[in-house]
Design a protein around this ligand. Structure first.
Ligand code: XMP
Length: 513
């Protein structure tokens, strides 16, 4: 395994992800418990993360000195490189010009084990820099192997001790070959086989959950989505009926989804499940609400209240389980350095733990969406369930601009189901990140048979994306949208016109509200 020592970078988990992608198990430990983690894991390699501090300051975080004497290969990234330089007898200074941020070109100057099969001496490569300080004098044994305009020691190596330092960030996608550099470190330098799998993640997590929970009781709020379901199934596998699930059914799910969750949990997995039909409560509270943020706030708050009530009825739970993913954990990764503003407040089950005075069980905290799906498959969840497109916590409420009513939810559910059915039949479902219909608060005139109609307009949306942060409209093959449009207008009462949304993100967002 590889131990990743965290010095507080916002992208430390990305390092873990890259190592896992190389088929090598890794764990992240905060710098102040790195010694203990090293003892326990006996890792074959160590990666020192970046971080916001400056090693030039006396009280900035350090790595346990004995890690450098353990005979284990080390890769220091950004702050990690500066730290290694400082702790091994080099020197770091604050950049006079304020540092280097963003894209930079790296010139390869010498051979290095991390370049094997990848980079040749004399070649140039794009990398992502983000640092204020820089190494000014190398420790004994190190030589520069690559340089950039702003950093003569952009990459350094001590091949004898197998210590490497990079000033740039190989873990982010803006360094196109970064994942391969990390894979070279993990496999080639540390000699790890690269055969680690999700099956092992499952085993490790199950052991962790058992240790954390002991004989305590856990409750888990199901949203109907993939994340909370995977978390619940994993926890159930670990502790059996010490887990109780509460499914707050807000009536804002897609067609057939609520039933699917219930039959999956009660039927296939035999997991204790309390199904709360809270549709009337949610519809009542949404009456007259048209502002998108007000809808989100109401839904988030009500979800919590309903869940709390149920938890009280069940009583005696010591732990709250959540399907929190890594992207929910990163506060606001802003590579551009600009302030990040709230575009939409994403309400899920968040905010529960503080109010409920319970300890958290969050077995998916280190995972990204596609890894959660893989884990779900590993746990035997059906493909049509784990492969589902992302669906927002507030559900259909934010796909009905204007007032949300049960009647409008039902219209949207029908139209959405037709759209998704056609997409699945055309074999396009997996090529699309998210596809859905939006029921607009606009009516248009139409003609049906001999009669005049005056009904709602529906917008169809389908986007491709890798992480939901940016997105492009999906180009359907010719005839597809016409077919869907005809079916919807013929089969769904209340809709007489269908449009397609071509906006990319930015400047649009994926959802309409
Ligand atoms: P936007 O609309 O901001 O959406 O481009 C990006 C991704 O986030 C999902 N989304 C939400 N997910 N609670 C959620 O759990 C929310 O309130 C929420 N709003 C948007 C959206 O579906 C897309 O995948």
């Amino acid at each position: 395994s590889i131990l990743i020592v965290d010095f507080g970078s916002q992208v430390t988990q990305l390092i873990a992800r890259r190592v896992r992608e190389a088929g090598v198990y890794s764990e992240v430990a905060p710098f102040n418990s790195a010694a203990e983690a090293f003892e326990r894991m006996q890792p074959k390699g160590i990666i020192l993360s970046g971080g916001p501090a400056s090693v030039t300051l006396e009280h900035s975080p350090r790595a346990p000195q004995h890690l450098f004497e353990a005979g284990v290969p080390i890769l220091g990234i950004c702050y990690g490189q500066q730290l290694m330089s400082t702790q091994l007898g080099g020197n770091v200074v604050i950049s006079g010009d304020g540092g280097e941020f963003g894209h930079a070109m790296l010139d390869v100057k010498a051979e290095c084990a991390l370049f094997d099969g990848l980079w040749e001496v004399g070649s140039r490569h794009q990398v992502w820099m983000s640092h204020g300080d820089k190494v000014d004098a190398l420790p004994p044994g190190f030589t520069p192997v690559a340089t950039s305009e702003g950093a003569p020691f952009a990459m350094v190596a001590d091949e004898e001790r197998r210590f490497y330092g990079v000033q740039f960030h190989p873990e982010v996608v803006h360094t196109p070959d970064g994942a391969k550099l990390i894979a070279n470190f993990a496999r080639h330098v540390c000699g790890l086989a690269g055969d680690w799998t999700m099956a092992e993640f499952r085993e490790t997590k199950i052991a962790e959950i058992r240790e954390q929970v002991g004989s305590g009781r856990v409750i888990c709020g199901l949203s109907g989505g993939v994340d909370s379901a995977v978390a619940a199934v994993l926890i159930h596998e670990a502790i059996g009926d010490q887990l109780t699930c509460v499914f707050v059914d807000h009536g804002l799910m897609r067609s057939g989804e609520a039933e699917q969750v219930v039959s999956l949990f009660r039927g296939a997995y035999n997991i204790p499940l309390v199904h709360v039909n809270a549709e009337p409560l949610f519809m009542g509270g949404l009456a007259g609400v048209t502002d998108p943020e007000a809808k989100r706030k109401f839904i988030g708050k009500t979800f919590i209240e309903v869940f709390e009530d149920e938890a009280k009825k069940i009583g005696g739970a010591d732990f709250l389980a959540q399907g929190t993913l890594y992207p929910d954990v990163i506060e606001s990764v802003s590579f551009t350095g600009g302030p990040s503003v709230t575009i939409k407040s994403h309400h899920n089950v968040g905010g529960l733990p503080e109010r409920m005075n319970m300890k958290l069980v969050e077995p998916l905290r280190e995972l990204f969406k596609d890894e959660v799906r893989e884990l779900g498959r590993e746990l035997g969840l059906p493909e049509h369930f784990v492969g589902r497109h992302p669906f927002p916590g507030p559900g259909l409420a934010i796909r009905i601009p204007g007032e949300v009513t049960k009647e409008r939810c039902d219209i949207l559910r029908k139209a959405d189901a037709i759209y998704l059915e056609e997409i699945r039949n055309a074999g396009l479902y997996d090529a699309i990140w998210q596809a859905f219909a939006v029921l607009l608060p606009v009516r248009s005139v139409g003609v049906m048979g001999d009669g005049r109609t005056y009904d709602s307009v529906l917008a169809l949306r389908a986007v491709t994306s890798t992480d939901g942060m940016t997105a492009q409209a999906f180009e359907f093959p010719g005839g597809f949208l016409a077919r869907v449009s005809t079916r919807i207008v013929n089969e769904v009462r209340g809709v007489n016109r269908v449009t397609y949304d071509y906006t990319s993100k930015p400047p649009g967002t994926i959802e309409w509200e």
